[in-house]
Design a protein around this ligand. Structure first.
Ligand code: ACO
Length: 373
């Protein structure tokens, strides 16, 4: 009988040409190192790359960007559905509900051709940011802000969230984090999306499943829990003692550890750098200092490295974004990776259906209900 690998650790579950992740800390999208993409490309350029497989020419990028800008507005029925949600709805739950609702208004919903899937993926990418901003504003009793076609994806999100145009540097920092979050091979949410797609279910259904998986604190939800940790520590001087005590109590420090990365998460270096730059601009680098001390102590005590969530969370906090939006922001970008994987799975499909090893009872004699008391 074949060996059971708990959590499928080390199991190669399929082939992909979208992304590669190496334990020593290398992350590559379609052949390009994520550092180069985050530092030199725009969010729209990288989204085109991940979704369509190659970097766009200037004309292709302009057309893709124009398409995204033109698709940002939500169908009125979706806005009405969001207005009916309880004001204390968890933003990830609201996002998951909104994606289900978006499917009902998509003219391509019933068409699973490659071309239709690309159109749906582009629409979803354009609209997820609008949903996240709208969910937040409605929960605060504020009017939904219409998308501004004069702004790029990251700046437009901040504008819809706050009702005012953001500072250019701040929008660029957000854009960098979105590039870092865009794609990560066969992680739990992407694998969920691929499993759903492998049944020939539709793209929206696969993305809804992926959002549900991303919410978990061992996955994307860690970027909210990590912020709770950083705020609980509060001051750089308290960081060392806090970590030592948590480890003594056998607690998991959220934002640390990774199934694949064992020495470094390649995204951390970039997120750390931009977090420090943002802190300097705001004249307050305390959050970065806390993170760096926690990182040092975690390496020393547990030989564990931080993952991207630990350094993305304080960036969003410095931008005054509520913690409950951290994971939805992650989803706003990862939808590109999910969609690319759903399309890749569909292009060369085989149903995912692994085996299990049965460890339950056997040979029990059935007793009719009236003899069971
Ligand atoms: N804090 C303290 N100890 C940890 C942590 C942590 N964050 N992560 C792992 N460990 C320890 C475990 O306690 C375990 O120790 P033990 O062998 O002494 O019992 C050992 O490291 C191995 O842990 P596993 O859970 O088996 O490792 P796995 O590869 O399954 O876990 C995971 C990866 C789930 C990400 C884990 O590191 C974790 O829970 N981290 C915190 C949550 C987190 O940050 N998730 C985000 C991941 S990145 C992303 O999704 C964007």
């Amino acid at each position: 009988m074949s060996e059971v690998k708990a959590g499928l650790e080390g199991v190669v579950a399929g082939e992909t040409a979208i992304c590669s992740v190496r334990p020593e800390g290398e992350l590559v999208y379609r052949g390009y190192d994520v550092h180069d993409l985050a530092e030199q490309a725009s969010f729209e350029e990288v989204a085109y790359l991940v979704l369509l497989g190659r970097l766009p020419t200037r004309a292709e990028l302009e057309a893709f960007d124009a398409e995204l800008r033109s698709q940002r507005a939500l169908p009125p029925g979706v806005v009405e559905s969001l207005e009916l949600l309880p004001s204390d709805a968890v933003p990830m739950d609201a996002l998951r509900t909104a994606v289900s609702a978006l499917a009902l208004y998509d003219p391509d919903a019933g068409d699973d051709s490659r071309e239709a899937n690309l159109r749906k993926a582009t629409r979803l990418l354009a609209r997820l940011a609008t949903v996240v901003a709208a969910v937040h504003r409605l929960s605060q009793g504020l009017e939904v802000v219409a998308p501004d076609p004069g702004l790029n994806h990251a700046a437009s999100f901040l504008h819809m969230l706050r009702g005012e145009r953001p500072d250019e540097f701040e929008a660029r920092v957000l854009e960098v984090t979105l590039i870092l979050y865009m794609e990560h091979e066969f992680n739990a949410s992407t694998f969920t999306a691929r499993v759903i797609a492998s049944t020939l279910a539709d793209l929206y259904g696969a993305v809804v499943g992926a959002i549900a998986a991303l919410k978990g604190p061992l996955h994307g939800g860690a970027n909210e829990k990590a912020m709770d940790v950083i705020l609980e520590i509060g001051e750089p001087e308290r960081a060392e003692g806090w970590v030592e005590e948590s480890l003594r109590e056998k607690k998991r420090v959220m934002g640390f550890g990774h199934r694949i990365y064992k020495t470094a998460d390649s995204r951390v270096e970039v997120a750390k750098k931009w977090g420090v730059l943002l802190g300097r601009q705001l004249d307050d680098t305390r959050l970065s200092e806390i993170c760096m001390t926690v990182e040092e102590v975690m390496r020393r005590e547990k030989n564990l490295c931080p993952n991207v969530d630990f350094y993305a969370a304080p960036i969003y906090h410095m931008m005054k974004i509520p913690i409950g939006l951290n994971t939805p922001i992650f989803a706003m970008s990862r939808v590109v990776g999910w969609s690319a994987h759903i399309i890749e799975q569909t292009d060369n499909n085989r149903l995912y259906r692994p085996n299990s090893r049965y460890v339950g009872a056997t040979g029990l004699e059935f007793q009719p209900l009236d003899r069971r008391g």
